[in-house]
Unconditional design. Structure first.
Length: 269
């Protein structure tokens, strides 16, 4: 009777580890967390390889009804699948802590995540500072926060990884019943281009020379897949590029070692 938090990698149904696959196959119930990231395959593909029915767990379920999942794990083995590594997001740690407090055994099976996959760019992982999250503009969010993160990291000579917003949650039935409720929104995935524009907008307002048209950036798309795209260049150059399908992320390098400079040359056009 265990809650297994299992990372399934970044790309498709084949990225799960052998250890993770063995656990999934013998689990009584299998959930897939489907709001912090996406895979480049269908749930049907996972089920075919895993030999198990995969139940989708959205943000509301994990954050508001996570105790239901923990209770199930107190009666049998439950596999909670997370794209990337299972302990990269706060909500997954919360689930871990809930289980421990209820006396439910928890086992974590790690896998690759964007936090390690960015190593392919050639910037040394131990020289990254605080990670920034850039969200779609909306009321209640301080869109200047990632600008400040870049500012502080650059001051220390550190690189900044910017994780870009995704919106995959459709309105609930209750929300749809409300008067003048809109139609369910299609999933939205922030692009490298949108992230650069967001930082440039803050620069225009504040004028602190933290992120300008000339700032060196690295745009990444679909890390961990065969068709990943990486391009290094000035912000204005990347603005004109098409990075294709999601997921995207943006890196703002800090002080570069000569080997890092050589590596970035591989990604310049």
């Amino acid at each position: 009777m265990t809650l297994y938090l299992i990372g399934i990698g970044l790309n498709d149904e084949k990225d799960i580890t052998l250890k993770g696959l063995e656990i999934v196959k013998r689990s009584d119930k299998v959930y897939l967390e489907n709001y912090t990231s996406i895979l480049h395959c269908k749930v049907d593909d996972l089920e075919m390889v895993y030999g198990k029915k995969v139940h989708l767990a959205d943000r509301d379920f994990v954050e508001k009804k996570g105790d239901v999942l923990v209770d199930e794990a107190s009666r049998g083995d439950v596999a909670f699948l997370v794209i990337g590594d299972p302990i990269s997001a706060t909500t997954h740690l919360d689930l871990f802590l809930r289980a421990v407090k209820k006396g439910v055994k928890v086992d974590v099976v790690h896998n690759a995540s964007v936090l390690t996959a960015v190593g392919v760019v050639g910037l040394q992982l131990y020289k990254y500072g605080r990670t920034a999250s850039i969200v779609f503009p909306q009321e209640g969010w301080d869109v200047q926060t990632p600008y400040d993160v870049v500012k502080e990291n650059k001051k220390a000579g550190l690189h900044t990884l910017c994780l870009l917003d995704i919106k995959t949650k459709e309105p609930s039935r209750e929300e749809l019943r409300k008067e003048n409720a809109g139609r369910p929104e299609r999933p939205q995935f922030m692009t490298v281009n949108q992230a650069i524009r967001a930082l440039l907008d803050v620069e225009q307002k504040r004028g602190e020379n933290v992120f300008t048209d000339e700032t060196l950036c690295v745009g990444c798309a679909r890390l961990g897949s065969k068709d990943m795209k990486i391009r290094a260049g000035r912000a204005k150059e990347l603005l004109a590029d098409d990075f294709g399908e999601p997921l995207h992320c943006l890196i703002v390098p800090g002080k570069l070692h000569f080997m890092e400079e050589e590596a970035l040359e591989l990604w310049k056009q």
